[in-house]
Design a binder for this molecule. Structure first.
Ligand SMILES: [Zn+2]
Length: 399
């Protein structure tokens, strides 16, 4: 593919931003080394990003750079992501919604996140958001970022299907958010937000399949440092793959879906049946699984095996050999990640002659939302303001 000069410039901007992500600050020389770009190019790109309000100079009286030894003369000037533009980040899950005020540099510690029980309808959701906005009065918000469960069309803003939160379906959810803040609103499917947050952490390389075990089960695929998209606004929905012999009814209307076994509610249901407890809590389950000899009980091993077979099927199709596991299942018992890795390697073709690597990771959804803001609002590949994406630059769009 022919790379246009403007695309190349945008790619360089994004490489620099990625190195500074997560509140890191670096000198221009460090950025040149980290990106492999020339000092002149880095200087130009950094100046441009500072004038666009995306980066800022970091003023510190005492600057110490790791491994650089004593600094003679003037300390190097550091740059970092700007702490100015304020962004509202909304993370919707089945149980709890968390709303945070963040900047590109990360969470704003002076304003703690607000959590509320996820409403049962649009009206209640709007009222809860309005209460949050009122409590933050006086802050200028540049954009709102939303992580959305279910099948979500990121282009149109429509929730097509939400097995566990049907009231969010349609365009209403994003319309409500826009009505409360009256600024640009960007939504991303929740597991894609996790995959993006893990990507900018930079510890697993640029190619992996992230599988989340939470209220539901789903996956998102990253190749060559980019979140993959598909012809349909539905990617990596492996939680709704049928497991043979499983007769549980799923929120999607199907029967036997993996997520009825491997999600948090699914694990609790099996645990309750196995132990004859009416309504066990999550801590009951974790405590029981980690007491005594701590071997993985048969019921959990069967669930892990089912998850492994479904993930192996996805891996055969996607061609990934690195799986990142987030959420409850990998944390429920210290042996789960290794067992799941064995099951995946047993079932995936790659496991016959290579190795599929499995690693647990914390959820970094908020980081994913902030990176989405950079990706789609501050440094978009094709400008979102332009409708047909015919390539207006950031400068002309803002001017
Ligand atoms: Zn289902």
């Amino acid at each position: 593919m022919y790379v246009q000069p403007s695309n190349l410039r945008r790619a360089n901007e994004r490489r620099i931003v990625r190195l500074l992500f997560g509140g890191r600050s670096k000198s221009r020389a460090q950025l040149a080394r980290g990106t492999g770009l020339s000092a002149v190019t880095v200087g130009k790109v950094v100046d441009d990003l500072i004038s666009a309000g995306i980066l800022e100079e970091i003023h510190e009286s005492q600057v110490s750079l790791p491994g650089s030894g004593p600094i003679m003369g003037r300390p190097p000037r550091l740059v970092g992501l700007s702490r100015k533009p304020e962004l509202v980040a909304i993370e919707i899950t089945v149980e709890v919604t968390r709303v945070s005020l963040v900047s590109l540099a990360g969470h704003l510690p002076e304003l703690p996140s607000v959590r509320f029980q996820t409403s049962e309808g649009l009206e209640g959701f709007k009222e809860a958001l309005e209460r949050v906005r009122t409590s933050w009065r006086g802050t200028g918000v540049a954009a709102v970022l939303v992580s959305v469960p279910g099948v979500y069309n990121e282009e149109s803003g429509e929730v097509l299907y939400s097995p566990n939160l049907h009231w969010t379906e349609g365009f209403g959810l994003m319309e409500v958010v826009r009505a409360v803040w009256d600024v640009p609103v960007f939504g991303i499917q929740e597991i894609r937000a996790l995959a993006l947050g893990h990507l900018v952490r930079g510890t697993s390389g640029d190619n992996y399949f992230l599988v989340e075990f939470g209220d539901g089960v789903g996956g998102a695929f990253v190749t060559q440092g980019r979140l993959q998209t598909a012809p349909l606004p539905l990617k990596g929905e492996l939680g709704h793959t049928q497991v043979l012999g499983n007769e549980r009814v799923c929120g999607c209307g199907g029967v036997g879906c993996l997520e009825t076994l491997a999600s948090r509610p699914g694990l609790l249901q099996t645990f309750a049946m196995e132990h004859g407890i009416a309504r066990p809590s999550w801590s009951d389950l974790v405590q029981c699984l980690n007491s005594g000899d701590a071997a993985i009980p048969d019921w959990l091993a069967r669930t892990v095996d089912a998850a492994g077979i479904v993930i192996a099927g996805a891996i055969n199709i996607l061609g990934a050999n690195h799986v990142v596991l987030t959420g409850d299942l990998p944390r429920v018992h210290p042996g789960v990640t290794a067992l799941l890795g064995q099951c995946i390697n047993h079932s995936a073709l790659w496991g016959k002659f290579g190795e599929v690597h499995c690693e647990p990771a914390p959820r970094r959804r908020l980081q994913g939302l902030i990176y989405m803001a950079i990706d789609r609002f501050f440094l978009p590949e094709t400008d979102w303001r332009d409708g047909n994406g015919s390539g207006r630059t950031r400068e002309s769009a803002r001017g």
